[in-house]
Design a protein around this ligand. Structure first.
Ligand code: KG4
Ligand code: ZN
Length: 325
């Protein structure tokens, strides 16, 4: 079954066609990064206007690229949360219009579940139970997944999300936006020589990154950072160490078969490498291009929802604060 996925929760307008939840037939992403970069972050009002301009061309391109017509589709999957309300509404209304006009089943997808399903698109077959570390711009969630659609939230961030911490650290160091790729690039070839704190929060699967960010800020403010690249490497190491240790601890405790990585921060190579190196279990990571926001992951998740009979009506609404588990 071919599913059309639509994603517009933040600053990417995306549409994709995926077959049986695992095979990408097309994957279109219209990024607004260049537009928001001058503000150092996403401007919600600007984002929704851009989604309006891009949504129809992006959907048309996704279908054309897949060589698919409306009659070839078995359903529509659309992100309905979490995200920016005005942005989510653009994708959701497009999806509803198509579902109504073409009499196709519609399913609303949690963006965070979507990130996890990027792992079904890399030719691997994740085995349950598994633990997934989802690290994005707005979330750091450690989730136990016992089957399709069956999530138990083990831990989450108590303050900043991992991606948010990267973005703020890059701003402090004057490295640009988005911060994650900027920090990773600047840090390349440098050692983590500056001591920075790690919030282990013993006995809990929760995360906290605001203390680390503040420590970095204080060092910069005190003129103690001579080379931003060294600070970037030290910051990255501090985040990666905690993420990897906590993901492995959760996986051991729950005796799972696989550890999965997901979300924009999963594109970070030192994070991928350290997790693979230290994990006693098989680790699956999505392809780099499928870590950041895209619609193929939404279509993949949507396929498994539709297969389980989880369809939504035209009264489906956006839920900006939607959670997982
Ligand atoms: O999943 P995503 O595309 O959007 C959200 O759902 O939030 O994640 C975006 C986040 C940003 O904070 C960005 O700085 C971070 O992912 N990110 C990275 C890397 N690429 C993107 N963080 C660290 N290293 C990277 N290579
Ligand atoms: Zn995302």
């Amino acid at each position: 079954m071919k599913v059309l996925g639509i994603e517009s929760s933040c600053d990417e307008t995306a549409a994709a066609v995926v077959e049986n939840g695992t095979k990408i037939l097309s994957n279109q992403v219209a990024s607004q990064v260049a537009i928001h970069a001058r503000y150092g972050g996403v401007v919600p009002e600007v984002a929704s206007r851009q989604h309006l301009l891009a949504i129809v061309p992006v959907i048309k391109r996704a279908l054309a690229d897949a060589g698919a017509g409306w009659e070839d589709l078995g359903g529509i999957a659309v992100t309905n949360g979490p995200g920016l309300a005005g942005s989510l509404l653009v994708g959701l209304n497009a999806a509803k219009a198509i579902a109504l006009a073409r009499r196709l089943p519609l399913t609303g997808v949690n963006h965070l579940e979507g990130h996890i399903y990027a792992n079904w698109l890399s030719g691997e077959n994740p085995c349950f139970p598994l633990v997934c570390l989802t690290v994005s711009g707005g979330h750091s969630d450690l989730v136990l997944m016992r089957g399709h659609g069956d999530y138990v939230l083990l831990g989450r961030t108590r303050d900043d999300a991992a991606g948010e911490a990267f973005d703020k650290a890059a701003r402090i160091l004057g490295l640009g936006y988005p911060g994650g790729p900027a920090i990773e690039k600047a840090a390349q070839g440098y050692q983590a020589t500056i001591p920075l704190p790690r919030a282990w929060i013993k006995g809990s699967h929760d995360f906290s990154f605001s203390g680390l960010k503040t420590a970095l800020f204080r060092l910069v403010e005190a003129g103690k950072v001579e080379n931003p690249a060294e600070a970037a490497a030290s910051f990255q190491q501090a985040v990666v160490e905690v993420l990897v240790a906590k993901a492995i601890a959760a996986a051991r405790k729950h005796r799972v078969k696989h550890i999965l990585l997901a979300g924009g921060v999963a594109a970070n190579r030192p994070l991928r490498q350290r997790l693979i190196k230290h994990s006693p279990l098989p680790v699956l990571v999505p392809k780099l291009s499928l870590c950041t926001d895209n619609a193929a992951m939404i279509a993949a998740c949507g396929y498994f929802r539709l297969r389980a009979g989880k369809t939504d009506g035209l009264d489906l609404d956006v839920i900006p604060g939607l959670k997982i588990g």
